[in-house]
Design a protein around this ligand. Sequence first.
Ligand code: ATP
Ligand code: BTN
Length: 252
Amino acid sequence: QLGLKTETFGQVIYSFEDVDSTQRVAAKLAHEGAPEGTLVVAEEQKAGRGRLDRKWFSPKGTGIWMSLILRPPIPPQQAPQLTLLAAVAISQAIQEVTGLVPDIKWPNDILLGGKKCVGILTELQADPDRVHSVIIGIGINVNQTSEQFPEDIRAIATSLAIEKGKPIKRARLIQDILFRLERLYRQYLTHGFRPIKLLWEGYAVSIGKPVTARTLGGVMRGIARGITDDGLLILEDEQNTIHYIHSADIQL
Ligand code: ATP
Ligand code: BTN
C-alpha cells in the first residue's frame, strides 16, 4: 500500500499498530536471519528509544517510526557512515516532499528552523571484523502540533507539519525515503563513502562553526572542521589541536 519504487528496501514489511520499539523488533528479526531491506514500521511506540539511552516520544498516528535491516559487507568501524547516509536520504526526501530545506547536525539529527524533527539510531550486530546486520532506526515527527509534544521538549522539537503549516502524507514520505536510501546505499557499496560525505556536508549546519561536544570523556569546545572518511567529527580546539569525535551530543 506504500507504492514502493524500490527493489529490496521495504519489500518485506512488518507493520504494527503499536509496539514497544521497532528497533527491538528489527534486531530480533535480524538475529533470526531476516533479509536485507526488511522494514519494521509502527503507528505508535510504547517504548521508543533514542541515542544514549534516551526515550523517543512516538505517539500514535502522527509520525514515522521505522527500522530498516541492512547487511552491508563492511567492517564495524564503518557503520557510522550509514547513519550519515540515512541522514542525507531523509533530508533529500523531506526537501522533495515538503519543499522545506533541513539542516543536519552531526551525527544524526535533522533540524528545521533549528529544532529537531528527525532522529536516527544506528545499531549493530557484529564481530570485530564483520558486520552481521545494521539496524537503522528512523523517527520523524510528521504531523504533530506543538501542543502534542511533551512540555520538556516543546522548545527543541518540531514536526514537518508545524514547519510547513499543513499536514504531510506519511506514505509518500516513507516511499521517497526508501527509494533514496536504496539508491544511496548502492552507490555507497560501489563507490564508497566519499560521494555521500560531500552530499552530507551540503546539509551540515555545524561545519566551520564553534560547537560544544559532550562526550563520555567530558566537554570539549572548538570549531567543527568536517567529518573524516569514517564519519567521525573533526574538532579543532583553541590550541589548534585536532580531535576526532566518535560519539557526542553537539550544541551549536
Ligand atoms: P534522562 O532524564 O533519562 O537522563 P533526558 O533528559 O534526555 O534523559 P529522556 O526522556 O530520556 O530525557 O529523552 C528525551 C530527549 O529525547 C529529549 O531531550 C529530546 O531531545 C529527545 N526526544 C524524544 N522524543 C523526541 C521527538 N519525538 N522529537 C524530538 N526530540 C525528541
Ligand atoms: C535520537 O536519539 O535522535 C534517535 C531517535 C531514533 C528514534 C527511532 S523511531 C524508530 C526506531 N525505534 C526506536 O525505538 N527508535 C528508533
